[in-house]
Write a protein that binds this ligand. Structure first.
Ligand SMILES: Cc1cc2nc3c(=O)[nH]c(=O)nc-3n(C[C@H](O)[C@H](O)[C@H](O)COP(=O)(O)O)c2cc1C
Length: 352
């Protein structure tokens, strides 16, 4: 197995087997206000939204997980099939292997299904030169977009992971210009990978012409934790220490949704594993929710298992909408929320 394939396979195995989420539950800090008199019929609730110009049956995107090695074929096929059936968005994992070695079918499999919103994926670190590695060109990225027929390209920010990972890609100067250049060519969004987006970063990104931000904040999969477990297995003490020290580094997911509210479309993600958490993100301003780890075990199993999980989330979202008296997702976005705990501390401190 090549080094990059081993890494991707490790990421999946570690995410499924080890503890990779923080102890503190930031989504519990956000509470919707119960309406004892909903004045809406459950069956009339409409969960559909428009995201990046595409109609979704519910405000959900399965965000980037994988691609580029044999196991990814089943995972991406199962995810794409379920997303097509459920009418939700789907983002493939980093397309770096397909740019470097050509498509192996594990990304283009998404084209076999009628997914309403397909999101491509490339890393911001690959937009600049790294030690011994050339920067991807605009043509590289456009080709990757074409391979899967992506409606929009996501550029991921993963510098927490890169700094923990031995020999990570840690040249970050020039990424903003790279993002700006890509955004000139076609629809782009930017996503974090578990450490969240601050207001300052969101404002920098807004200036590039991107369409949206997937905040991917602290509360869900921590790539510092994932890399820590990998490093431990490889006997790399420094990387293990780095991962451990930084495993809850970043902006809590709900705070990131509020911080990133700079007038772009927002995906609320990081530990969103049920429909109530989806509802909470929407109520504090997101246009849709995103999840990865919550469907990973199901994606290894079958498309039906993924679909069942999505439908479960939909039922929970509808229950939350019902109990807050919302007929539409727009109604939910206007509802009052109570924010306490460490998330409130974060928001208060950021006002000072
Ligand atoms: C196994 C695994 C692989 C991932 N690979 C990518 C990737 O290639 N590109 C990317 O942008 N994000 C990647 N992510 C990050 C997710 O898209 C998401 O931002 C993050 O996991 C937080 O969401 P969660 O708490 O629902 O897992 C990956 C996540 C997991 C669990």
């Amino acid at each position: 197995m090549k080094k990059i394939e081993r890494r991707k396979s490790d990421h999946i195995e570690v995410t499924l087997k080890e503890k990779v989420v923080p102890d503190y539950d930031y989504w519990s800090d956000v509470r919707l206000v119960h309406r004892a008199l909903p004045e809406v019929d459950l069956d009339d609730i409409d969960t559909s939204v428009t995201l990046f110009g595409k109609r979704l049956d519910m405000p959900l995107v399965i965000t980037a997980i994988t691609g580029g090695f044999p196991l990814a074929m089943d995972i991406n096929r199962n995810l794409a099939e379920a997303c097509a059936k459920a009418g939700v968005g789907f983002g493939v994992g980093s397309q770096r292997p397909s740019i470097e070695n050509g498509d192996d079918g594990t990304y283009s499999v998404v084209k076999d299904f009628d997914v309403p919103l397909v999101i491509g994926n490339v890393g911001a670190p690959q937009l600049v030169e790294q030690k011994g590695k050339r920067a991807f060109t605009i043509d590289d990225v456009l080709r990757a977009q074409e391979v899967i027929g992506a409606d929009i390209m996501a550029i991921h920010l993963n510098f927490l992971q890169e700094v923990v990972q031995p020999d990570g890609d840690v040249n970050a100067k020039g990424c903003l210009d790279g993002i700006r250049a890509l955004a000139r060519e076609g629809p782009c969004m930017v996503k974090e990978t578990g450490a969240g987006i601050s207001r300052e970063t969101a404002l920098m990104l807004k200036g590039t012409g991107i369409r949206g931000i997937d905040v991917s904040g602290v509360g869900g999969t921590s790539f510092a934790a994932v890399e820590m477990h990998r490093a431990k297995g490889q006997g790399n003490g420094t990387a293990t220490a780095l991962g451990l020290t930084f495993c809850d580094w970043g902006i809590p997911a709900p705070a990131a949704v509020l911080e990133a509210d700079v007038g772009l479309e927002i995906i609320s993600s990081g530990g969103v594993d049920n429909g109530l958490r989806m509802a909470k993100g929407l109520a504090i301003g997101a246009n849709a929710a995103g999840c990865a780890r919550a469907v990973l075990a199901e994606a290894m199993e079958s498309s039906q298992a993924v679909l069942d999980k999505i439908n479960e989330m939909k039922a929970e979202l509808k229950a939350a909408m019902f109990l807050t008296g919302c007929s539409t997702v727009d109604d939910l976005r206007m509802r009052r929320v109570m924010i306490g705990g460490r998330t409130a501390d974060w928001l208060t401190a950021s006002e000072d």
